[in-house]
Write a protein that binds this ligand. Structure first.
Ligand code: ADP
Ligand code: MG
Length: 526
């Protein structure tokens, strides 16, 4: 608590923090809170998902807002309704005795209800851009007397195409407000907003060593696509207390995986964009209360979920975008707790894994899937320890008499064995697991690349290498066999480097053909 006190927070909020069980500030909180309290400048905060950015701006906001003033004094924009609700809840839970009104304003909730709240006087509005725009157009929300304009998860917001809405909303605000912007990443698109709207600002970044991902053990398994489901079951079964999110790229896959899990007797649910808000809240509730321990989701559906204590995040399929990978695994190991991120990699996904490793600078180590015998052993060990607990806690005394009757008539071994069969039918049977095939991934090969530039564009061997390194950001290149012709060139690089180069150039195309491509077979030897 001492550390929180030193940041300049009031006894009231310190008391709420104590009740919430936050013992010390996270690194971003430590840096941001004093800055925001002193409010001389606009502030940009960058830190990975799960590092406590909400409280980093929520706490200063609580301190700064005046309850007497009935205007909306702070507007917080979030990309999803889920997040709007979460941010409002977090601030509410931190406000302590201060009589602040905080309203989440999002699409999907009745406008009438929101109007009633707004009429009563709200100090802090947390909203999604669409619904905020609705209220502005109806004249039911005034934001021309703001002290604070806050963009939360700014990168997500831009990814979801909210730039124009944000600009429109900003145009309704007064000039003399502070802007606070929070984001896990800082792509150019955000820096453009910063340049346009923020003048005198401070940029606070929490460096890599403090990232949530560092608390996550990252491993991958090589599997064939058709064996992924079996592999998933093995991983869940070998864990004593699996509590995890399973990510798939499409709704169809999410449904399929969740249904197969349920069919096999697991407590699982699916979460994706076609699930109604009502249903969604019900599922999340079940998951939070651990009534189910597996949630299968798409990236979009899982955006902004605030669920802590996950033991596992599983990438059933790899995301296209490395940022998504970081986001996904940022959900385990939150706020100081360790977690495991597991990625399934098929031969055709291997390239993407290499790319993600490079871009996200993640250490992802390869492991072997647990053998069926290991899982059965783990289950038996678990059973033993549970039996021990029951016996120690004398939770079985009611049954002693029945036990005696059963044992009177039969051999004890027979009795226990049939009880096992009766209650765990198939659980300890190796045959209830499917086989998992061998995978072959070629990682050590080399790739010959074609570059649509040559002597006519003033390229020679050295310039070509420099050009590729500069564009792709690769720090070293292991190039062999360069040939520069008048209008094109060829070179050979190791598989992994080729992947990074090809990825880069497929995203930065000029015209129809990428500047760098795999050399066609027949050109080999050129
Ligand atoms: P971010 O916005 O950076 O992704 P959140 O604000 O959602 O992160 O916080 C992630 C989790 O960490 C939440 O469950 C939150 O309650 C918890 N948390 C935040 N600050 C602290 C703290 N100082 N100590 C312990 N837990 C914290
Ligand atoms: Mg956040």
């Amino acid at each position: 608590m001492e550390k929180f006190k030193n940041l300049g927070l009031s006894p009231n909020t310190i008391e709420s923090l104590r009740r919430k069980g936050y013992e010390e500030p996270t690194p971003i909180q430590e840096k941001i809170i004093p800055l925001l309290l002193n409010q001389k400048k606009d502030v940009i905060g960058q830190a990975q998902t799960g590092t406590g950015k909400t409280a980093a701006f929520g706490l200063p906001l609580i301190e700064k807002i005046s309850c007497k003033n009935k205007n909306v004094q702070a507007l917080i924009l979030t990309p999803t309704r889920e997040l709007a609700i979460q941010v409002a809840e977090e601030i509410n839970s931190l406000k302590g005795k201060k009589r602040l009104n905080i309203a989440p304003i999002y699409g999907g909730q009745s406008i009438e209800l929101q109007l009633r709240k707004l009429k009563k006087g709200v100090h802090i509005v947390v909203g999604t851009p669409g619904r905020i725009m609705d209220h502005l157009q109806r004249g039911t929300l005034r934001i021309d007397n703001l002290s604070y304009f806050i963009l939360d998860e700014a990168d997500e917001m831009l990814n979801m195409g909210f730039l124009e809405d944000i600009e429109e909303i900003l145009s309704h605000t007064n000039d003399n407000k502070r802007i606070w912007l929070f984001s896990a990443t800082m792509p150019d698109k955000i820096l453009n907003i910063v340049k346009k709207y923020m003048k005198n600002y401070e940029f606070v970044k929490v460096s890599k060593e403090h990232l949530a991902t560092d608390l996550t053990d990252q491993i991958y398994f090589e599997v064939n696509e058709s064996d992924k489901f079996e592999a998933l079951c093995r991983i869940i079964d070998v864990e004593p207390e699996f509590y995890g999110l399973v990510f798939c790229r499409t709704k169809v896959k999410v449904e399929e995986v969740a249904n197969r899990l349920i069919d096999r007797g697991y407590e699982a649910e699916a979460l994706h964009g076609d699930i109604s808000q009502h249903q969604r809240e019900r599922i999340l509730n079940k998951f939070k209360r651990k009534r189910i321990n597996i949630l299968v989701a798409t990236d979009v559906a899982a955006r902004g979920l605030d669920i802590s204590n996950l033991t596992h995040v599983i990438n059933y399929s790899l995301p296209e975008d490395p940022n998504f990978y970081v986001h996904r695994i940022g959900r385990t190991g939150r706020a100081g707790k360790e977690g495991t991120a597991i990625t399934f990699v098929t031969p055709s996904e291997y390239r993407r894994l290499v790319y993600i490793k490079k871009v996200s600078k993640s250490k992802i180590r390869k492991e072997k899937l647990p053998e069926v015998s290991e899982i059965i052993n783990a289950k038996i060990e678990r059973l033993k320890s549970e039996l021990n607990t029951i016996i120690e806690e004398k939770d079985h005394e009611k049954y002693l008499e029945i036990a005696e009757t059963l044992l009177n008539e039969k051999d004890p071994k027979e009795v226990v064995a049939s009880l096992l069969k009766y209650s765990f039918n198939g659980e300890f049977d190796e045959n209830s697991y499917g086989k998992i095939g061998k995978v072959s991934i070629n990682k050590h090969g080399k790739t010959r690349l074609f570059i649509a530039k040559g002597k006519s564009s003033d390229f020679d061997e050295k310039k070509l290498v420099e050009f590729i390194m500069k564009k792709t950001g690769l720090e070293s290149l292991n190039i062999k066999d360069i040939k520069v012709f008048d209008n094109f060139s060829f070179l050979t690089v190791p598989f992994e480097e080729a992947e990074v180069i090809l990825r880069y150039f497929s995203k930065h195309k000029r015209g129809r053909r990428p500047l760098v491509d795999k050399a066609k077979e027949r050109k080999r030897g050129n």
